[in-house]
Design a protein around this ligand. Structure first.
Ligand SMILES: CC(C)(COP(=O)(O)OP(=O)(O)OC[C@H]1O[C@@H](n2cnc3c(N)ncnc32)[C@H](O)[C@@H]1OP(=O)(O)O)[C@@H](O)C(=O)NCCC(=O)NCCS
Length: 154
């Protein structure tokens, strides 16, 4: 896998690609914790924005969700890179592509709940820790934030 050759795409809720994201998120983010994504209310994801990085065979390598939160703000969630592909730039590529897309839509304030084990990744991409540790899905998390510069109009 070469991160710069992957295709960044927006994904429609309930599409075949969306189903790939559910499988990937379940494998990476839920099953290792003894949880199951399919027990959650996924219908609420209809209102959320889904994105992925795909290889030449249209296999999903990484995915993330953005939740619009009012004027210029979005919360990111469920970032996951397929097992065996971590540490090779896919996470960075996905997040930077998403930031660019959201920036073009006027989003300047990004936030997320990071697993402590992943906080260093987000820090490398300019996110800052905010507030105290808290527990989500049974493991410690921290809120992280990033302020983007508004995109300059040509
Ligand atoms: C965390 C995750 C999204 C990072 O994606 P990735 O493709 O592995 O990361 P990249 O290869 O793009 O790494 C970008 C940089 O972050 C660093 N990095 C990656 N994961 C890191 C981690 N967990 N902690 C600290 N730094 C990390 C890399 O070393 C790299 O640094 P460099 O610029 O000095 O080379 C991915 O490993 C993953 O899905 N992990 C399991 C699920 C998870 O924790 N998701 C996040 C939930 S909040």
């Amino acid at each position: 896998m070469q991160a710069d050759t992957l295709d960044f795409r927006s994904i429609a809720f309930d599409s075949v690609d969306y189903k790939q994201t559910c499988e990937l998120r379940n494998e990476v983010l839920r099953l290792p914790l003894g949880l199951n994504l399919y027990s959650e209310d996924l219908q609420q994801e209809k209102e959320q924005l889904h994105f992925g990085l795909f290889d030449h065979d249209s296999e999903l390598i990484a995915c993330v969700i953005a939740v619009p939160q009012g004027a210029g703000q979005a919360k990111l969630r469920q970032m996951a890179v397929k097992a065996g592909n971590e540490g090779r730039g896919a996470g960075r590529r996905l997040l930077l592509s998403l930031e660019e897309l959201l920036g073009a839509r006027g989003v300047t304030q990004l936030s997320l709940h990071a697993r402590i084990s992943a906080a260093g990744f987000y820090e490398k991409l300019g996110y800052a820790r905010s507030g105290e540790l808290f527990v989500e899905v049974g493991i410690p998390h921290i809120r992280m934030e990033k302020q983007q510069q508004p995109l300059k109009k040509p």
